[in-house]
Unconditional design. Structure first.
Ligand code: GAP
Length: 449
């Protein structure tokens, strides 16, 4: 299927079924801004929960944090973002298009039939550096003294809390601080649906290590983060690790490796695992005058740890999970669209479908659903033929459909249909919860190997 087709189909399905809507749509939209609908919010929350579980909950060397989006502007001066967080911007004098000068081959001039910037024969300006941070003002007066920035990464909130976490949670390197939250960048060329937007969520972790141990942890986190996507069902052959060339490194890092996914529009970054050295802790130490160091009781010396940072995008991961799950198949001469999402990520875990709207079947289905919904998000649907109802659930990735039929009143059992294999199994009503639980959570264990 051509790449544009897959993306167009995903965008359309997302809107139609309530995963993702264009933001501000009734006012004509706001470029590259998206709202997550009822199913999208569940999917995205499941992505974040899976990350938090693997990165914080299941480890005893990582703790969590939720720092403010607005911080002192000093934070961004110290981190280098005020001076260095820029992209080169050029304008076309003819078509008035604005482009990132370092990525012209992937951008399109608004004039037709020209393709790339400059091909409309317009004169391009010299590149100038454009800072990607959004500015706002704290308090009622819009003056330079009250400028604040919307954070462009969650990482700095972690660095400035290094001493707080160290002392309050009695940690010592190697240990990490993790955080999930919104970040903002005034991107020159946002696009590709959820891939690059101006407001997005990050899942970042700063792992503080003794300086002579950084290489081991750099390798370790590359593996751990790569396997996280595989464990959640992403096809291994659509993932790869790519080490950055020296010319690609951000101002703070000395090495970086990206986990890339083969999106319909090509191989692109899902997350970066960066070796940030002691850059950030030293910068904040210098600017704040507060030493951000660890006292090693064995050597009786203070030292500044080095940092390995796995930094993932939640929206980008959500897009990758959607792209990877999107499947079109021929079933009994008909096309079925199915989102083969990992059961842990699926927004609805089980749909309750009374075969017909009589003989007490809807009431029985409701009662069962109520019991299961204390544990999982569920859905009830009594309208239309059963085949159509299955297809509707396939399209939003519901892994199990539970059908209550005429026999249920006699044998106290229901039919459970598996989304991917479409096989059906009879399960006793009083075993249903544990049956689903084992498959949904067990599926994580089995994916773990
Ligand atoms: N603290 C390091 C850092 O922010 P980054 O590579 O700039 O590194 C980390 O961002 C991740 O955040 C990216 O790999 C990507 O998944 C996500 N991300 C960055 N910019 C984004 C944008 N404009 N839209 C969506 N996701 C973005």
């Amino acid at each position: 299927m051509p790449a544009e087709d897959t993306m167009a189909k995903l965008v359309s399905l997302s809107k139609r079924r309530g995963f993702v809507y264009p933001a501000s749509e009734i006012y004509g939209g706001l470029a590259s801004s998206w709202d997550y609908g009822p199913l999208g919010v569940e999917l995205k929350r499941n992505v974040k929960d899976a990350w938090w579980q693997a990165t914080v909950q299941e480890r005893d060397d990582v703790v969590g944090l939720d720092s403010a989006i607005l911080q002192s502007p000093e934070v961004w001066r110290a981190s280098g973002h005020v001076d260095n967080f820029t992209d080169p911007l050029i304008d076309c004098k003819k078509c008035k298009g604005r482009f990132r000068a370092d990525d012209l081959q992937n951008q399109y001039c608004p004039e037709k039939p020209s393709k790339h910037p400059g091909e409309c024969e317009g004169e391009l300006t010299e590149a100038r550096q454009f800072n990607l941070m959004f500015k706002t003002f704290v308090g009622p007066v819009e003056e330079d003294a009250s400028v604040a920035y919307l954070r462009p990464e969650t990482a700095q909130g972690i660095f400035i809390n290094f001493s707080n976490v160290l002392t309050s949670s009695r940690r010592k390197p190697p240990f990490g601080i993790a955080q999930i939250g919104k970040s903002f960048r005034n991107e020159i060329t946002p696009g590709n649906f959820l891939f690059r937007t101006r407001e997005f969520e990050q899942m970042e972790m700063e792992f503080f290590v003794p300086p002579d141990d950084w290489e081991r942890w750099y390798q370790e986190w590359q593996k751990t983060r790569f396997e996280w996507y595989v464990d959640l069902g992403v096809r291994r052959d659509r993932l790869r690790l790519r080490e950055h060339g020296a010319d690609e490194l951000a101002h703070y890092s000395r090495a970086c490796s990206d986990v890339e996914y083969e999106f319909p529009f090509g191989w692109s970054e899902l997350e970066g695992i960066a070796f940030r050295t002691d850059y950030d802790l030293l910068q904040h130490t210098e600017r704040s005058g507060k030493p951000l160091k660890f006292f090693d009781p064995q050597s009786k010396e203070h030292y500044t740890p080095y940092v390995i940072e796995p930094a993932a995008g939640c929206d980008r991961a959500t897009l990758a999970f959607l792209c990877d799950a999107y499947t079109e198949e021929q079933v009994e001469g008909e096309e079925r669209v199915v989102l083969k999402l990992h059961p842990r990520l699926a927004p609805i875990k089980a749909a309750f479908l009374p075969l017909v709207k009589k003989e007490g079947m809807p009431e029985r289905a409701r009662k069962l659903q109520q019991a299961v919904s204390r544990r999982f998000p569920t859905f009830f649907d009594a309208a239309a033929a059963i085949g159509r109802r299955y297809r509707r659930q396939d399209e939003v990735g519901t892994p199990y459909c539970v059908t209550i039929d005429g026999q249920t009143a006699e044998d106290q059992a229901v039919t459970v249909r598996d989304r991917d294999s479409m096989t059906q199994e009879r399960v006793a009503e009083d075993q249903l919860l544990s049956f689903l639980d084992e498959r949904i959570h067990g599926s994580l264990t089995s994916a773990d190997g």
